[in-house]
Design a binder for this molecule. Structure first.
Ligand SMILES: [Zn+2]
Length: 78
């Protein structure tokens, strides 16, 4: 049996969204939110708004700058 969700676009399958994300920029609800682990082990949430293209990085509820994310992602293990 296949579950069907009317009105929900299923072409992009990511981590199930348990709570509705809201864009901090435009308060829109067309936000894709995924959780990923960076190279240094940091678990961060990435949210991207489809309405205004505002992107947000968050680690444990604290906002991250893009430069912080890049630095964490590029860290090489010795
Ligand atoms: Zn937005």
């Amino acid at each position: 049996m296949t579950a069907r969700f009317p009105g929900v676009q299923m072409s992009l399958v990511t981590t199930p969204v348990s709570q509705l994300a809201v864009c901090a920029q435009c308060a829109g609800t067309r936000v894709t939110r995924i959780t990923m682990t960076l190279t240094d082990g940091s678990v961060v949430d990435f949210a991207s708004c489809h309405t205004c293209e505002h992107k947000t990085w968050t680690e444990a509820g604290t906002g991250l700058d893009v430069s912080d994310v890049l630095r964490k992602a590029q860290k090489v293990r010795a």
